[in-house]
Design a protein around this ligand. Structure first.
Ligand code: GDP
Length: 450
């Protein structure tokens, strides 16, 4: 067994299983092994945050344990220069989010310098690493793999992606090191986060929600994994409120958001399905509010912009106020909007219903047929602009994922799909399928790619 000191804090997708990443230099058989491990399930595609690349993943269940296998790919075998740099980036990307890593080497080729590059980065992590010597297609080769001990990552495990040998053993060892995955709580209970800059009334809103007649607060607070989460029941549904108490720093309101506060908000949003971004109606929308709304958009949750302290706005028109706020939210015209007064417990029930609607919309699955019909119609109504005299052809679209709803568009050449056209398609999806208030992910893949 290789280095294995798992702790509980590894990142996992929101409400999802722990991530296991496959790393290794090109041509060792990463993709073949990936396909072996995910079995008959289809590989799905996701964008790599902050880049224009995407990668493959598949959810694997083994003896009741679930994890998400990610093929970091992205390494171009032909890009000889800057090669160690590429490898380093690939591995670091994987380390950022993976609970465990599968490091694949080629038993036929033996140890080569590129393997050492990868090993050097991997040796610095404390996560469990499994060193898989691939292409052990016969008994004779089994003896050769001892040379991989020299990578300093423990015992090499013989596998053959081609024949499937050794794969079950790897899966047994792997799932034994993974942190437990609380599927039911993570997936079934809507998680609402109340976020906002200091003094907008987050605590008061939290209390107003918990004191609302129709809300039944769980008699045992802290029954969820996290002590600061508050479970309650509303109109027959279980909900968890995620606390951002750490953002409260009364008396000290700087112009920007403190680095620490930003981190807290991000962490909270990462665990949430729907973000209630509070602002103080009497002060209007501030730069800090916009910053936090921006963070919520990035986290791909549902977003309700909530104007609190409406009791301080006698005579003001809700419609005009919403209009004013929206005129500065042109980057997210789809966000939901609500008005409340936490102090007077006004607007709480509609707000909770709205949040639940967003939660449900975020978990919708759109059938492939109506989805493709819609996209065909949208493309017919407004054809994609040409780039370098070429026009992208839309071949097929499928919803790969819910929460956030993720749509994969297969096109003749993804690089030809202009940003504004992506927006156009996104708007068409929203209008047709009721994704109001919910961040969507659109992935464009070229048909010729793998
Ligand atoms: P937090 O920092 O966002 O948690 O804000 P608090 O909940 O501590 O509220 C900050 C201040 O705003 C307190 O003085 C509250 O009494 C006040 N406040 C919160 N909600 C309302 C509201 O709906 N109306 C009015 N008038 N004051 C409010």
């Amino acid at each position: 067994m290789t280095k294995a000191t798992p702790t509980a804090k590894y990142a996992r997708p929101r409400g999802g299983a722990p991530v296991v990443a496959i790393v290794g230099r090109p041509n060792v058989g990463k993709s073949a092994l990936f396909n072996r491990l995910i079995g008959r399930r289809k590989a799905l595609v996701e964008e790599i945050a902050g880049t224009t690349r995407d990668r493959l993943y598949g959810d694997v269940t083994w003896h009741g344990e679930r994890f998400r296998l990610v093929d970091t790919g992205g390494l171009d075998a032909k890009a000889e220069e800057g090669y160690p740099e590429l490898i380093r980036r690939q591995v670091e990307q994987a380390l950022e989010e993976a609970a465990a890593l599968l490091f694949v080497v080629d038993a036929k080729a033996g140890v080569i310098p590129a393997d050492e590059e990868v090993a050097a980065v991997l040796r610095r992590t404390k996560r469990p690493i499994f060193l898989l010597a691939n292409k052990v297609d016969n008994e004779a080769r089994r003896e050769d793999i001892a040379e991989f001990f020299e990578l300093g990552l423990g015992e090499p495990l013989p596998v053959s992606a081609q024949h499937g040998t050794g794969v079950a053993d790897v899966l047994d060892r792997l799932v034994a090191t993974l942190p437990p995955f609380a599927e039911e709580e993570a997936i079934e209970t809507p998680r609402l986060a109340i976020v906002g800059r200091p003094n907008v009334g987050k605590s008061m809103l939290l209390n107003a929600i918990l004191q609302e007649e129709r809300v039944i607060v769980s008699p045992v607070p802290g029954t969820t994994r996290d002590a600061v989460d508050t479970p309650f029941e509303f109109e027959g549904r279980a909900i968890v409120l995620i606390d951002t108490a750490g953002l409260r720093r009364p008396g000290k309101i700087g112009r920007g958001l403190e680095h620490h506060a930003v981190l807290r908000v991000k962490q909270t949003l990462d665990r949430a399905d729907v973000a209630l971004v509070l602002l103080d109606a009497s002060e209007g929308l501030t730069a800090q509010d916009l910053h936090i709304i921006g963070l919520a958009l990035k986290s791909k949750t549902g977003v309700v912009v909530v104007a609190n302290k409406w009791d301080l706005m006698p005579g003001a028109s809700p419609a005009e106020f919403e209009e004013q706020v929206r005129s500065r939210l042109h980057f997210a015209p789809w966000a939901s909007f609500a008005i409340v007064s936490a102090k007077e417990s006004a607007g709480i029930v509609p707000l909770l219903r709205q949040a639940l609607r967003l939660y449900d919309a975020r978990r919708q699955r759109i059938e492939t047929a109506p989805l493709n019909a819609l996209v065909q119609r949208a493309v017919a109504e407004r054809s994609p602009p040409t780039v370098h005299n070429q026009q992208p052809k839309f071949l097929y679209v499928t919803q790969a994922e819910i929460a956030p709803p993720t749509f994969v568009f297969f096109v003749s050449d993804a690089s030809l799909v202009h940003f504004s056209y992506r927006r156009y398609l996104e708007n068409a999806l929203r209008a047709r399928f009721g994704f109001q208030g919910v961040a969507l992910r659109l992935v464009f893949r070229s048909r010729r790619q793998r």
